[in-house]
Design a protein around this ligand. Sequence first.
Ligand SMILES: *Cc1c(COP(=O)(O)O)cnc(C)c1O
Length: 429
Amino acid sequence: MQYLSTQSDARAVSLATALQKGLAPDGGLYVPQTLPTLNHWPAPAASLPTVATHALRPFVGENDPLAPVLPALCEATYGFPVPLTDVGRRTAVLELYHGPTAAFKDVGARFLADSLSRLNASADQPLTILVATSGDTGAAVAAAFHRKPNVEVVVLYPKGRVSARQEKQLTGWDANVQTVAVRGVFDDCQRLVKAAFQSERWNGRLRLSSANSINIGRLLPQMTYYVAAGLRYRARHGVAPNVIVPSGNLGNGLAALYARALGAPLQRIVLATNANRAVVHALEHGAYTAFDTVETLATAMDVGDPSNMERLLHHWPPPDALRQAVEAVRVPDDALREHMRRGPDAWDTVWDPHTAAAVAARERLDPDDNHPWMLVATAHPAKFPDVVEPLVGATVPVPEALAEVMARSHAVPTIDPTLDALWDVVVSE
Ligand SMILES: *Cc1c(COP(=O)(O)O)cnc(C)c1O
């Protein structure tokens, strides 16, 4: 399997190369040259690493440096369970929030971290990953790379502009992970990262790389929990489920589409967005338009111009292929609030603001329970106590893994938003 850019017919590259480069040289996103299909599947009771290895094998070329280590990579990715819990009314919840930072981004970040660590084993200098974060991505990346050999991570976050709980998740690291608070906004952090990548001084001293959500090395491993969950749902209920994915940048939704294209037992795929309208608009009008981002309660889905739209349009061109592949439901804040409030009574579950979008879409599409559904729970509600707790009238206990990270929280340097200030704390020390 080779990987192409969505932007042009630039030379195809191996998975290992696509993963190390992140973005194609022409600015496009890497996509698999073809979408492979599988006819044989592991038993539904097989372990997640076993299913993941099987599902990813056709995406890794025979001569790819990652081919021989694929089983080990899948073991390193899944050090935690991914339960599929029946909650009544022909509906099951795929709980993707049992990793170290209690959100689905742990899966992709851990696969990418282990891959980059292994690919750099024989390099004479570690790879330095620069990440700008507005909250959750930085924590998942930091947790995934922490204490991995041959890689170092610098996480930049805007001081005073992430929640107290997010800040604790960003500052609970040591060893090869350094966190820096920046006096500014998220865009300042992103500008610093871009400036470092373009700087001769930085490139002369460090080997820089990134771990963006658009990296194909984060997207492909996310496919594997859809394969495993589809097999388990069908074994349990005798039918393939429809899937609803809370969506922002569309990485997770695209992973579901790749899984179904591979042949995994999944029927309709529904993207549940918050008030941001780009996806629903593209399906309604059969052509894509970007919008300004709207702020909502489901902050990790606040995206007006989803970067993975480019991959979606590449594989399933609008209007017809796109409309046949996927549906979308837009859920404004008042509906998110209502479904969080009703969660404990209606489903015996406390939903986080993102998963609430999937629940709202489920109610809208099938109030009479005519179809089987799998709702994707992308985060644990304890990550968003300020939103969730007043609505359900109870405190939400913090999962153990997340509590451990937050307990290690310590003071980190705060800098002005300049490249010189960043150099002083990252390189000169
Ligand atoms: C990132 C994130 C999403 C959106 O996922 P995409 O892959 O960007 O569509 C949804 N929910 C949570 C909790 C997230 O962190």
